[in-house]
Design a protein around this ligand. Structure first.
Ligand code: ATP
Length: 139
C-alpha cells in the first residue's frame, strides 16, 4: 500500500519524534520488525536499541531507545520508552562519562548479582549503545 506512516517516539519527559515515515524498523523483544502503512495492528515490548526509519524524503533516521513498548496501527507507530534520543542529539562525552561511572561501579560490585550490579550493567549498556550509534553519524 502506498503512503507514509506517522512515527511518534515519546518518553515521560518529551516527544522525541513526531513525523511521517516511509518505513519504521524497531528492536522488538521477539526480534527486529518493520512497519509500513497498512500494517496489521499489534503491540509489543522493545529491547534497548535503535529505531530506524526513512523520513518522508527517504533519509534514514536513527533514534536510540531504552526498553519500552511499541504499538503499530495501520497509519501510525507509537514508541514509548524510558529515554530516547535522536542520533544527532546524543552527547558522546556525556555517554563516555556514564560508561566510565558504570565500569567503576561494576568493578566494585564484581562477583555480586544484586540490584546495584544489574543497574550498573544496564547503565553500561545504555552508554555503549549511545556511543556506538553516535559514531555512525556522518561528519
Ligand atoms: P546519565 O548518567 O548521563 O544521565 P543515563 O543513562 O543515566 O545517563 P538516562 O536515565 O537514560 O541517562 O536518561 C536521562 C535523560 O537524559 C533522558 O532524557 C535521556 O534522553 C538523556 N540523556 C542521557 N544520556 C544522554 C546522552 N549521552 N546524550 C543526550 N541525552 C542523554
Amino acid at each position: 500500500m502506498a503512503g507514509n506512516i506517522k512515527i511518534e517516539v515519546v518518553t515521560p519527559e518529551k516527544s522525541v519524534v513526531s513525523e511521517e515515515a516511509q518505513i519504521v524498523m524497531a528492536p522488538g523483544t521477539m526480534g527486529e520488525f518493520g512497519v509500513l502503512v497498512g500494517h496489521t495492528p499489534f503491540f509489543t515490548t522493545l529491547k534497548m536499541g535503535v529505531i530506524k526509519y526513512k523520513d518522508a524524503k527517504g533519509e534514514e533516521r536513527c533514534v536510540f531507545v531504552t526498553e519500552g513498548f511499541a504499538e503499530a496501527l495501520p497509519d501510525r507507530v507509537t514508541i514509548l520508552a524510558e529515554a530516547a534520543e535522536r542520533r544527532r542529539d546524543i552527547d558522546v562525552e556525556r555517554a563516555k562519562a556514564a560508561l566510565k561511572r558504570a565500569e567503576e561501579r561494576l568493578a566494585k560490585e564484581s562477583g555480586k548479582q544484586d540490584m546495584d550490579f544489574m543497574r550498573a550493567k544496564i547503565a553500561l549498556d545504555r552508554a555503549l549503545h549511545r556511543i556506538q550509534l553516535a559514531e555512525t553519524r556522518r561528519h
